[in-house]
Design a protein around this ligand. Structure first.
Ligand SMILES: Cc1cc2nc3c(=O)[nH]c(=O)nc-3n(C[C@H](O)[C@H](O)[C@H](O)COP(=O)(O)OP(=O)(O)OC[C@H]3O[C@@H](n4cnc5c(N)ncnc54)[C@H](O)[C@@H]3O)c2cc1C
Length: 459
C-alpha cells in the first residue's frame, strides 16, 4: 500500500543478510524500516580471506570486514549485534530475540522476514575434539583464535582434517608459517569437488610442495596430553603427530530455525526457495546464502552450494524483490576456484560422477597446454579436463589444474555452460590472444576442439 512503512527483519549480518538489507534500503529508502540481527561481533566480513590472513598475506583481520555495523547504521539499517534470534512465529509475524549481553528477550514484528543464517561447520564428535590446539576456521573469531593459538602454542606439526578447498588453502597457510603439515582426508584424492584424476594432480603437487597428504584415511580420535593439549590425531592409518589441528570438514545449512518454524527444507537440509529467493509457500519470507539449496542448472537437481559469490547475489535479489523491484537467481552451474601455493584449481559444471547420477551419456577429454605462447617467458603448464554430452555435444563441465594464469580460464567454460553451448560452438569463441596472455589456441579452445572430436567419434 502506498505510503505505508513496511518492516523488513533480517536474521544474519553477513554476506546474504546485509546484501539484502542494503539493497532493499537503497531502493525503498524511508518506505522500508530494516532491522537486522547478528549474534556475532562482526558484520559483512569475508570468511574467504581467513586462509590468507592466517598465511600472512593480509595483515589484520579488520581488513576482511567490508562494512562495519556503524557503516550499516549510517546507511539507515538498524543492525543489532550480539543479538540471537531464537524462534520465528510465522502466524504472528514475529521473531523472538535475545540480547546476548543483557540476556533480555523480546519479540519483534515483521512484514518481510529474511533468513540469512549461513551454515554450521561439520565437527567430529570424537574424544579430544575440543582439546587445546584444535581450531575451526568458519568465522573471523575462529581466525583470530587460530592466530593467537599459533603465537601461544608455538606448534611445529599441523594436521589439517579435510582436503576440500578450505583444507587445501589452510594447508598452504600452515606451511607458509613454517609448520610441517599433514592433510588427512577420507576421500581417495584431495579436492573431491574435482574428478579423482584431476584431484591426483593436486595431490602430487601438494606432496612436491612438502605437504604430506593422507587419503582414504579417517580420523578416529585425538590424543590429548595432561594439560588438555592435542598431541596427535588418531587415524585409520595410524597416529599423526599434531600440536595444532585445523578442521576443514565442510559445512551444512544452518536451517534449524527455519525447520522449527515449519519452513520447507530440501534433501540436503537447505531452505527451499523460488527463483526470487522467496521461501516456497510463504509470501513474506525470504532466504539466501549458505542456509538455502540452489538449482544446479546443468544437472537439474537442487544442491547445497555454500559460496560467498552466491550469498551476495541472493542478498541482492532478495533486496530488489522486497523493495518492489524484480530480480531472480536462476541457479548455479557449479563454478569454484582455489589454490595451493602457485597451483591453481578450478571447476565448473558436472564431475563424471554427477553426470552419471544425472543420467547423462558423456565423453571426456584431458589436454595439457600452457598459459602463454610456448616461446614466451614465464609460460606455465596447465591441464584442462572437459566433459560433453554424447550426441548433442552440450558442454557438461570443465576442470583446470595448473600454475599461475590457469584458473580464471574456467570463467569461459562457466559462461558457455550457462548459455548451454556445445563444445563445437565453443571452438569458435572469439577469445583474446596475444603471446603474453595465451597460446594462439587458448587451452579452453584446445579442450573444446578435442571434446568436439570425441563427441563426433562417440557411438
Ligand atoms: C575459510 C573459508 C574460506 C572461504 N572461501 C570462499 C571463497 O574463496 N569463495 C567463495 O565464494 N566462498 C568462500 N567461502 C564461503 C563464504 O564465506 C560463505 O559462503 C558466505 O560467508 C556465506 O554467507 P552467508 O551470509 O550465507 O552466511 P554467513 O557468512 O555464515 O553468515 C551468517 C550469519 O548469520 C548469523 N546467524 C546465524 N543464526 C543466527 C541467529 N539465529 N540469530 C542471529 N544471527 C544468526 C551468524 O552469526 C553469521 O554471522 C569461504 C568460507 C570459509 C569459512
Amino acid at each position: 500500500m502506498p505510503g505505508v512503512i513496511q518492516r523488513m527483519v533480517v536474521i544474519g549480518g553477513d554476506a546474504a543478510g546485509m546484501s539484502a538489507a542494503s539493497q532493499a534500503k537503497r531502493l525503498a529508502g524511508d518506505k522500508l524500516e530494516v532491522i537486522a540481527f547478528e549474534r556475532g561481533a562482526h558484520s559483512s566480513y569475508s570468511a574467504c580471506g581467513i586462509p590468507y590472513w592466517v598465511a600472512g598475506d593480509v595483515g589484520d583481520g579488520e581488513q576482511l570486514v567490508a562494512r562495519t555495523p556503524e557503516a550499516h547504521r549510517a546507511n539507515g539499517i538498524d543492525l543489532r549485534m550480539l543479538t540471537d534470534v531464537e524462534a520465528i512465529d510465522l502466524q504472528a509475524g514475529k521473531v523472538a530475540v535475545r540480547d546476548l549481553a543483557s540476556g533480555r528477550r523480546h519479540r519483534e514484528s515483521f512484514d518481510h522476514l529474511v533468513l540469512a543464517t549461513g551454515a554450521v561447520p561439520v565437527r567430529l564428535p570424537l574424544p579430544g575434539c575440543d582439546a587445546t590446539g584444535v581450531f575451526g576456521v568458519q568465522t573471523l573469531d575462529d581466525g583470530a583464535a587460530l592466530l593467537a593459538g599459533l603465537d601461544r602454542l608455538r606448534p611445529e606439526h599441523a594436521v589439517v582434517i579435510g582436503g576440500g578447498y578450505i583444507g587445501v588453502e589452510m594447508a598452504e597457510a600452515m606451511a607458509r608459517r613454517h609448520l610441517a603439515v599433514t592433510v588427512v582426508d577420507r576421500a581417495s584424492q584431495p579436492m573431491s569437488t574435482l574428478d579423482p584424476d584431476m584431484g591426483e594432480l593436486v595431490h602430487e603437487a601438494m606432496e612436491k610442495l612438502g605437504i604430506d597428504v593422507h587419503t582414504d584415511t579417517s580420523v578416529t580420535g585425538f590424543e590429548v596430553d595432561g594439560d588438555g593439549r592435542v598431541r596427535s590425531v588418531a587415524t585409520s592409518d595410524g597416529a599423526v603427530a599434531a600440536d595444532v589441528v585445523v578442521l576443514g570438514l565442510g559445512v551444512r545449512p544452518n536451517a534449524a530455525l527455519a525447520e522449527e518454524a515449519g519452513l520447507p527444507l530440501g534433501d540436503q537440509g537447505g531452505i527451499r526457495t523460488d527463483m526470487q529467493m522467496r521461501v516456497l509457500g510463504h509470501e513474506q519470507v525470504w532466504a539466501g546464502g549458505d542456509c538455502v539449496e540452489v538449482l544446479n542448472l546443468v544437472s537439474g537437481q537442487y544442491e547445497h552450494v555454500p559460496l560467498g559469490t552466491h550469498a551476495n547475489k541472493h542478498g541482492r535479489v532478495i533486496g530488489h524483490n522486497i523493495a518492489g523491484s524484480y530480480a531472480t537467481f536462476p541457479g548455479v552451474v557449479g563454478t569454484a576456484v582455489s589454490k595451493v601455493y602457485n597451483l591453481e584449481i578450478a571447476r565448473t559444471g558436472l564431475r563424471e560422477r554427477d553426470a552419471n547420477q544425472a543420467g547423462f551419456g558423456y565423453v571426456t577429454v584431458t589436454i595439457r597446454s600452457g598459459t602463454r605462447a610456448a616461446y614466451f617467458p614465464g609460460t606455465q603448464r596447465l591441464t584442462v579436463k572437459m566433459t560433453a554430452e554424447r550426441h548433442t555435444g552440450r558442454l557438461l563441465g570443465a576442470q583446470i589444474v595448473g600454475n599461475e594464469g590457469s584458473a580464471k580460464r574456467i570463467d569461459t567454460a562457466a559462461t558457455a555452460l550457462w548459455n548451454r553451448m556445445t563444445v563445437e560452438e565453443m571452438t569458435a569463441l572469439d577469445l583474446a590472444y596475444a603471446p603474453p596472455f595465451s597460446p594462439v589456441w587458448d587451452p579452453i579452445l584446445v579442450a573444446a576442439r578435442q571434446a568436439s572430436a570425441a563427441v563426433r567419434a562417440a557411438p
